[in-house]
Design a protein around this ligand. Structure first.
Ligand SMILES: [Ca+2]
Ligand SMILES: [Ca+2]
Ligand SMILES: [Ca+2]
Length: 357
């Protein structure tokens, strides 16, 4: 019940601020959001979610509420299994037809089949009201851009490769068919990271992971997505590459995500490492937990490796992207094993991936 306790503390602080001496009630001078606390006698007279079971590929949920007084309200929807959160707030004595499309404002995605509990809360009172919605199907976030085939890692198939390699067509694992010593990688869920913490799912149930020491100073291993994207705009300012990546706070762990083009002036069809561009996003995984990384394609820099994408025309040509690699690299200590977990590498047009919309 930790989250509720934290919220109570927040409410208490909000309450203290509201009665702090010296706080004059001159609204014209108020800077920032105006929070209106619930007065004595405040009550929620109605709160409904319709329908109570929703398929977000085609439907939405409408919330309706009414209160006895005009106050600041906070609507928090939380997935019981995923822990996903959608939050919105407003001021009034209720709201009508507030539409939820299955989006989320936190980092975690809602999950198919789970219950989502919508809770109304207020400043100045511990009174809440709640309503539960069953998610028959989640929103189709793949439609927000271009998600590579099997890019949610939900249906990787244990085909002829067998465990521990979880195989999918359209993805090439750098440790298969020739194993890299001290490396394991594939799609999985509920793994324990090197700190002994469960790596939760961010989207669906599964993510892709690579971990180990490898047998080189810097390079550990990698994976390539080679499902050709459909036509993207040629304008690199208009294209974003996005990916959810879990970090453990280890400054030794880094990834290089390399988007590989078939340059317009290339010698042969397809991407050749010694003839075409690879544009690179370099990330140090010194953050903790899941985080969404988004890069404008025009901001990516050419590969520094002449044989692997460093010998192209140096022109950003997102319409000519053929594939991308995610490579795990040791940044500071060649003798310390590192790890990465990632999910949902989606390419978007016109702005970064925004699942709150
Ligand atoms: Ca997933
Ligand atoms: Ca080429
Ligand atoms: Ca190019």
């Amino acid at each position: 019940m930790k989250p509720i306790f934290k919220f109570s503390v927040l409410l208490t602080i909000a309450g203290l601020l509201a009665v702090a001496p010296g706080c004059k009630r001159e609204e014209a001078d108020f800077i920032g959001p105006a929070y209106i606390s619930a007065p004595d006698g405040f009550a929620v007279t109605a709160f409904t979610a319709t329908p109570s079971s929703v398929d977000f590929t085609s439907g939405t949920v409408a919330f309706n509420a009414s209160f006895t007084h005009s106050v600041t309200w906070i609507l928090t929807i939380r997935g019981e299994v995923s822990g996903a959160v959608y939050e919105t707030k407003g001021i009034g004595n209720g709201f009508s037809n507030l539409i939820w499309k299955g989006t989320h404002t936190g980092v975690i995605f809602f999950r198919k089949g789970e219950n989502a509990v919508a809770t109304l809360s207020f400043y100045g009172t511990s009174l809440t009201a709640s309503s539960t919605v069953n998610i028959v199907n989640v929103r189709n976030f793949a439609a927000y851009g271009y998600l590579p085939l099997y890019g949610d890692f939900e249906n990787f198939i244990n085909a002829s490769y067998g465990p521990p390699i979880v195989y999918s067509p359209y993805w090439a694992h750098f440790n298969f068919p020739n194993p890299i010593p001290n490396v394991e990688q594939g799609a999985d869920s509920n793994l324990l990271d090197y700190n002994g913490n469960i790596v939760p799912s961010v989207q669906g149930k599964q993510y892709y992971y690579i971990r180990g020491l490898g047998n080189q100073q810097v390079f550990v291993s990698g994976v390539q997505s080679h499902s050709n994207p459909p036509s993207l705009p040629a304008t690199p300012d208009n294209v974003w590459v996005n990916m959810y990546i879990y970090g453990t706070g280890d400054p030794n762990a880094g990834v290089e995500i390399e988007y590989q083009e078939d340059d317009i002036d290339g010698d042969a069809a397809g991407y050749q490492g010694d003839d075409d561009d690879a544009f690179v996003a370099r990330i140090t995984l010194d953050h903790k937990g899941w985080k969404l990384f988004s890069f404008q394609y025009s901001k990516l820099t050419p590969s520094l490796n002449a044989a692997f994408g460093g010998s192209g025309n140096k022109i950003h040509e997102p319409d000519r992207i053929k594939s991308f690699d995610l490579v795990l690299v040791k940044k500071t200590n060649p003798n310390s094993p590192i790890e990465v977990y990632f999910d949902f590498p989606i390419i978007t047009v016109g702005g970064p991936f925004d699942p709150s919309n």
